[in-house]
Design a protein around this ligand. Structure first.
Ligand code: RIB
Ligand code: CA
Length: 311
């Protein structure tokens, strides 16, 4: 008797690692991908939407609906990450332009309808700025309250990537993130503390390159992404941040988490978007998230490569 599939919704801003996370979700029979919603972040929402469509069409999964969402943060100016992902948001890949289009419905309404219509509780996996999720909480609190859990890629206990203090997804829309962490919904935070400990390397990419067309696409995405990380961090490889969030849903135990209180700095200039994780329980505040603190990197990369090679 196989376990029932976990219904998930992926909210993303493709982005190289978002694209790989999407492929991992599609390749995993444990998951039932109900739909993909897009948000402005790594690139404009027009480009992140086109990129989600490009990836789905590449693996013949145009049946998965894509709904476009917020074109800017709740309160801040939109600052895209072209310096990381390029002008297209998926620079370095040979993906053709999309043939299809997103559905008419706004992502926030699409999410609410998908959650309400699912016969099993849905896991929401946001891997970009949390603008759509904050809008879902505001506009459809009943649907937001019905999610099984929110497993988000974002934040960090210690380091930053877009600034010394903050991780990009939270920094891009700190007010949205603040809203999500205060929602009292079951939130899991997959931050840089774990994603930077599980780097894909050239050896993984070469294995994927030889595994088939999806593997060749992931290797292309990796090559571009690894170049940025080599130059910026001196890493010998690249963190596939968003795929760690998907992997945590499909293979519990890969990521070690601790229940901790997380707040988001929306006030200061220097620490805008910092996730302030009360790791040593100094505030006495009740935990509001399960925070990733460790990862079985080898098992994660083995799972990722196996699944991509199976597409
Ligand atoms: O900081 C890493 C996160 O920001 C990832 O989700 C990446 O895709 C970018 O959105
Ligand atoms: Ca992302």
């Amino acid at each position: 008797m196989t376990a029932p599939r976990t219904p998930i919704l992926l909210d993303c801003d493709p982005g190289h690692d978002d694209a790989i996370a999407l492929l991992l979700a599609l390749a995993s029979p444990e998951l039932d991908l109900l739909g993909v919603t897009t948000v402005a972040g790594n690139q404009t929402v027009e480009k992140t939407t086109a990129n989600a469509l490009r990836v789905l069409e590449f693996v013949d999964r145009a049946d998965v609906p894509v709904a476009a969402g917020a074109d800017r943060p709740l309160a801040r100016e939109l600052v895209v990450a072209a310096y990381v992902h390029g002008e297209s948001g998926l620079d370095g890949s040979s993906l053709p332009p999309p043939q299809g289009a997103a559905v008419e419905q706004h992502a926030v309404d699409f999410l609410a309808e998908a959650i309400r219509g699912s016969d099993r509780p849905v896991t929401l996996v946001p891997v970009g700025p949390l603008t759509n999720v904050a809008l879902l909480l505001a506009r459809h609190p009943d649907a937001a309250g019905a999610v099984e859990r929110i497993v988000l890629m974002g934040g960090s206990i210690a380091e930053g990537n877009v600034t010394p203090a903050a991780e990009f997804n939270i920094w891009a829309d700190p007010e949205a993130a603040w809203r999500v962490f205060r929602s009292r919904l079951p939130v899991t935070m997959i931050g840089l503390d774990v994603t930077h400990k599980a780097l894909m390397t050239d050896a993984h990419a070469d294995r994927l390159r030889a595994s088939g067309r999806a593997g060749r696409l992931v290797a292309e995405l990796y090559d571009f992404f690894a170049g940025f990380h080599r130059e910026t961090y001196g890493f010998e490889g690249a963190p596939i941040h968003d795929a760690v969030a998907v992997a945590h849903v499909l293979r519990p135990g890969l990521v070690e988490t601790l229940p901790r209180h997380v707040d988001v700095d929306c006030e200061s200039r220097l620490c805008r978007g910092r996730t302030v994780v009360d790791l040593w329980r100094r505030t006495g505040e009740e935990p509001n998230a399960d925070v990733g603190v460790g990862i079985d990197a080898e098992a994660f990369l083995e799972l990722l490569c196996d699944r991509i090679a199976s597409l």
